[in-house]
Design a protein around this ligand. Structure first.
Ligand code: MF3
Ligand code: CO
Length: 248
């Protein structure tokens, strides 16, 4: 069942979303060569906690950290570690804040110093893919129109869309109905209605979309070792179109 949220619930998600966005804004200035992914995780945990919210990823299904830090060929759910970022890396930081029981979820990718032309194009295409999806998040469209638009755009740019991880409804739980695929045919499944809240979070690979898992059971990498990138926002559907909740 897809729940729609009240204006009050959406206002709490907006509060959580603003803290997530402010944290990403701070990360954009902090991320540079020499910073470790554990330092990023500690920063995220402190930032969210200092704003009287909780980092919802920590402890979620046993996930041990506040942030996911996914470097280069890591698609998502990378574990923070002693690894220090190097010039030329790209990193996705994913976080969720919960405020008075309501969640907001956003992942953002960052360039570490100067990056390759391919990495630059991957970041541009993935960022654009998120907004190509957001444009479809309007009342009367089908949820599947989002993924169809994203896949069409990304493949025309010569990259691939990950199948194994998808966007999701969000609200009182981090993961709710509906599933928001980033690929597939249009005009299928549930229609988009006022008050729905869900994420769009395309993961885009330079090579094939296939995934291989590390032994930690979380870290998902590209099977072919190619670079991967992700941008994610949490949205609320209004009569005037999608409102991005995870922005300043
Ligand atoms: N924030 C992620 C998402 O977009 C969830 C990561 S799983 C967790 O759905 F265990 F790290 F929380
Ligand atoms: Co998400």
């Amino acid at each position: 069942m897809i729940t729609t949220k009240s204006r009050y619930e959406i206002s709490l998600m907006r509060e959580a979303g603003k803290v997530v966005a402010a944290c990403h804004d701070a990360l954009s200035r902090m991320i540079r060569p020499g910073v470790s992914t554990l330092e990023i995780d500690r920063f995220v945990e402190e930032f969210i906690t200092r704003h009287k919210m909780e980092p919802a990823q920590k402890g979620y299904k046993g996930y041990p950290f506040a942030a996911c830090t996914s470097v280069n060929d890591v698609i998502c759910h990378g574990f923070p570690s002693e690894y220090r970022l190097q010039e030329g890396d790209i990193i996705t930081v994913d976080m969720v804040a919960v405020y008075k029981g309501l969640h907001a979820d956003s992942a953002w990718s960052y360039a570490v110093g100067e990056i390759s032309e391919t990495a630059r194009k991957l970041m541009e295409v993935t960022h654009r893919a998120l907004f190509v999806g957001i444009e479809q998040a309007v009342i009367g469209n089908h949820i599947s129109d989002i993924g169809h638009a994203i896949q069409t755009y990304v493949e025309a740019q010569g990259f691939s869309v990950v199948r194994d991880f998808i966007g999701h409804g969000i609200g009182r739980r981090m993961h709710e109905s509906p599933e928001v695929l980033h690929y597939g045919p249009p005009h299928r499944g549930p229609k988009i209605k006022r008050g729905m809240t869900f994420t769009i979070e395309p993961m885009v690979n330079v090579g094939s979309y296939e995934v291989k898992m590390d032994d930690d059971g979380w870290t998902a990498r590209t099977a072919d070792g190619s670079l991967s990138c992700q941008f994610e926002h949490t949205l609320a559907i209004t009569d005037n179109g999608p409102e991005i909740l995870t922005q300043l």
